[in-house]
Ligand binder design. Structure first.
Ligand code: AMP
Length: 277
């Protein structure tokens, strides 16, 4: 496994890799969710590149990027074990030199949910992912269903800009009690960690209502709201039942419907989702 920091070196080595290249972009502090992406990439491609880059342009002015957890040594040991071929770890200066001012923006779908709560977030995501795609030139890139709107936005960018690769969605990996794995879970104290399971309980309730025949999105939203409000440490940012592709809010739950939520547990903002149908 080679660890590369310079874009030029990445490009040079890229040409020596067996085709096609499977690519997994991450912000590091890896867990089983990330590793599921790497394993899938390993199964489907003769070469695997993983990037670790905590991307400053996707953090808002009030989001503390310096607090984002990092452990490069541990990450590299995990990736070595998963037999990644290359780990690309550019510096911020390498990715965003002083004269940088070229942005990739996907319209409409980025205005809602995570985009509404975190203005500029998706512009940062699409810009860095487009740059990484140009540098790594993968045949397939792997993204987690955990970040469902991000996945939809990336698919839209790839289709809209005729990027020559396939986007592969990987199911959400969860802890034993159902909490979706996330680097942000490390911010939770033990009491908050227990409370955080309420997101999964709410998604399970939505799934149960769906299977019982509930098709009224308003009623489903209300049931989720009541359940989350029963947890004193939780405060709701949004609860959404939307078309899985456009992320437009639904009145009637037509499959595939994306039930997604952002909930603050103490000071930690967690997101999770399930697709119905
Ligand atoms: P991040 O490091 O948070 O930017 O995540 C990198 C990639 O891992 C993204 O495509 C995420 O959707 C994916 N990912 C994060 N957590 C999970 C999880 N629990 N299950 C599956 N994929 C995940």
């Amino acid at each position: 496994m080679k660890v590369i920091e310079a874009i030029d070196d990445m490009r040079r080595l890229r040409h020596q890799l067996a085709e096609p290249v499977g690519f997994v972009p991450t912000m590091g502090y890896l867990h089983e969710g990330h590793l599921a992406l790497v394993r899938r990439a390993r199964e489907e491609n003769p070469s695997v590149v993983v990037s670790i880059f905590v991307n400053p342009t996707q953090f808002g002015p009030h989001e503390d990027i310096t607090r984002y957890p990092r452990d490069t040594e541990r990450d590299l040991a995990m990736l070595e074990k998963e037999r990644a071929d290359i780990v690309f770890m550019p510096s911020v200066a390498e990715m965003y030199p002083p004269q940088f001012n070229s942005w990739v923006e996907v319209g409409k779908i980025t205005e809602r949910l995570e985009g509404a709560s975190r203005p500029g977030h998706f512009r940062g995501v699409t810009t860095v992912v487009a740059k990484l795609f140009n540098i790594v030139q993968p045949g397939k890139a792997y993204f987690g269903q955990k970040d469902a709107q991000q996945l939809a936005v990336i698919k839209k960018m790839v289709a809209g800009l005729n990027m020559n690769l396939e986007i592969v969605a990987v199911p959400t990996v969860r802890e034993r009690d159902g909490l979706a794995m996330s680097s942000r879970n490390t911010y939770l104290n033990p009491q908050e960690r227990q409370a955080a399971v309420v997101l999964y309980q709410a998604l399970t309730l939505a799934q149960k209502l769906w299977l019982q025949g509930e098709r009224d999105a308003g009623k489903m939203r209300q049931a989720i709201l009541v359940l989350i409000q029963s947890e004193p440490l939780a405060s709701i940012d949004y609860i959404s039942i939307a078309d899985a592709e456009t992320v437009d809010e639904l009145d009637t739950v037509n499959p595939p419907a994306l039930v997604s939520m952002a909930v603050r547990i103490g000071n930690t903002r967690l997101i999770d989702n399930v697709v119905l149908g």
